[in-house]
Design a protein around this ligand. Sequence first.
Ligand code: BES
Ligand code: MN
Ligand code: ZN
Length: 501
Amino acid sequence: MPVPKLAVATPKPSAIASARTEAIVLGTVQGKNGPELAEGTEHMDAAFDGQLLGLLTALGASGKAEEIIKLPSMGKATADLVLAVGLGAPDEHGGHTPEQVRRAAGAAARALTGSRSALFTLSAVDLSATAEGAALGSYAFTQYKSDPGEAPLGKIDLLAPATGTTKEHRAAVKAAGAIAEAVGIARDLVNTPPNDLYPGSFADRASALAKEAGLEITVLDEKALRRKGFGGILGVGGGSARQPRLVRLSYRASKPRKKVALVGKGITFDTGGISIKPAANMDHMTSDMSGAAAVVATVVLAAKLRYPLEVTATVPLAENMPSSTSYRPGDVLTMYGGKTVEVLNTDAEGRLVLADAMVRAAEDNPDYLIETATLTGAQLVALGSRTPGIMGSADFRDRVAKIAQDTGEGGWPMPLPEELRGDLDSRLADLANVTGHRWGGMLAAGLFLQEFVADDLPWAHIDIAGPAFNTGGPWGYTGKGGTGVPVRTLAAVLADIAESG
Ligand code: BES
Ligand code: MN
Ligand code: ZN
């Protein structure tokens, strides 16, 4: 689905009231002694003869995060509607975090579904955050509706803040638009139902995106996978009539400073296989390709923003189904690279396809390997539905976690405890795919993957089982369904590597 048109507005502040737009969005702040107006509201307040805060307070405004108060402009502005959105309480320095601004902008954009255009003065607080939040909040996926209903906000003008140059403002808004577009690509893939998105059709969509962005792409089908010995992907994908694929997408700057390998889990539907899942909520497993969606979207973005890097996404695609051709509990798979794995539970399939893909990705000798997956229900138990668990080599793990927090996607560093590793020992093979117990399930999956990464390769594993798919109500700039997590984290890590190595 397309992102809205974003533009920096440079009306004289006095002209805000006469701007040709359907709505004016301004911020409110939850002050110690009641609501306050945020930066950027001065001129609308003047248009309302200094009565704006009084009017909003009378309507129940408190300034709390994501609170929406709509006010008719009563002829005091060309726009018919004034929308005040809460930023929440300020921090100890009296300011608001970028994430507070993003969420407010996103909530405002969602509340303006059905409006064609809006001018955000909230951007006087933080331009990038407002642009990103508003664009992300203006997302809808209506491809499967006979009647799509009201369209999301289509045009967003952003009042430039007092500091910074016009050039900087334009660049910030352009980057925000590109990031929202990449998140939209990932969300669209996640939201596409599994009868239409299966390994072959996912590969086709990746090819179309690659062509558009000028990326190199290779697709291995099941015959090629067999020839090359991708036992993990073939084992997991063998139960489905829709055979697996391995897709690789590359972007290479003319003088790349570093080489980054991205890997994303692409299980287009996870029934659990022979170790079948219960029926309740099995439909959520339409999102089990969210890691794949995120890494594909991120390479496209890297090309668009011309990061001075080489970035390759390696994407194993398979459908985990029960059938007479399925792999079984008890099978031993020979993985790409030769390690053997005893399958004790066919529902621990993600780590099997990822191991193959990670070994393949490391053959290019990357400087960093970042892999992301809807890997374990244990991630939800440990960290809840919105905080990714981040594992891997200690320094790089911590760097990625810090960046993830800055983007607003969140993320918390988690250990790979040595004592759990022995629980993956197998009677028959080099390794078993599960431990015999429920403890530390997210970490055990991380330890499994670690067996397929060379010791000297900086590696991060991001478990997004909860954060990739919103099964609750909309909040901030996140609607129901695919969230696009962790596209913004991956993009920010790439930007950081491009800058600091
Ligand atoms: N795709 C699931 C993990 C998942 C669970 C993602 C909930 C999103 C929401 C994964 O393939 C899986 O089934 N993991 C098992 C592993 C277990 C068998 C060791 C799990 O978490 O139960
Ligand atoms: Mn599973
Ligand atoms: Zn899965």
